[in-house]
Design a protein around this ligand. Structure first.
Ligand code: G3H
Length: 218
């Protein structure tokens, strides 16, 4: 079996301000490798992959052009077309990277760039309808979770076809949908699942079922 590794982009300015959507850059922040710790079993390959992935999550300028020697396993890195995922994967050299529009965050339409507080205050009906049925609610001129799930179909087909481990650097709504698909969770849970920042979710699809591990990076 080969793992699929799901991770959100590094923290952005908008994450800090609680704004949704947009195409913000990453928050400039220093983080030392010594601050990173691992949880889970130290499988060889994971050790090595994890090292790369830790670096994936490291901000950013200090590690530009870094390529680790002696890697045994090839690794494919898929990002969305939004700069916070591309910048997160930026420091890693030597692996094929693909940008998928289908991995972009849920399109919040007219609410793009707003905070949840602002939506609640300025568009209370929208806020309430989303609260009532987050799975089906479609932002005006934007998307619903069901729309996101549908556009992920080609990504899932490709992911299942890959021979090498794939790191998917994407966004919360999208990763909720991918995670739910691979772990066989019901649709209605998707919009409410926990996919925290700075965490790698490793999913291994084996003959006996799905194994999952989570690595917290800070
Ligand atoms: O809009 C960005 C979020 O990642 C999606 O979160 O569906 O819980 O509002 P939400």
């Amino acid at each position: 079996p080969r793992p699929i590794l799901l991770t959100r982009h590094g923290e952005s300015q908008d994450n800090v301000r609680g704004r949704i959507g947009g195409d913000p850059a990453l928050r400039a922040r220093r983080c030392r490798p010594s601050k990173i710790y691992r949880t889970g079993d130290p499988l060889d390959m994971i050790l090595e992959l994890d090292l790369h992935i830790c670096i994936l999550m490291l901000p950013f300028h200090d590690f530009e052009h870094l390529t680790l020697p002696n890697r045994k396993h090839s690794l494919h890195i898929w990002t969305s077309t939004l700069q916070r995922t591309i910048l997160t994967a930026g420091p890693i050299g030597g692996f094929p990277k693909i940008q998928w529009r289908a991995l972009d965050e849920i399109d919040a339409g007219v609410c793009d760039g707003m905070t949840y507080e602002e939506i609640k205050k300025n568009m209370p009906e929208e806020y309430e309808s989303r609260k009532k049925d987050k799975l089906r609610y479609r932002y005006p001129r934007g998307e619903s979770y069901l729309d996101v799930i549908q556009r992920l179909e080609p990504v899932i087909i490709e992911l299942e076809r890959q021979r090498a481990p794939v790191v998917v650097v994407s966004h919360q709504a999208v990763l909720r949908a991918l995670y739910a698909y691979f772990t066989d969770r019901p649709l209605k849970e998707i919009p409410h699942m926990e996919v925290p920042l700075h965490t790698i979710i490793e999913i291994e699809l084996g003959v006996t079922g799905v194994q999952e591990k989570r690595y917290k990076l800070m």
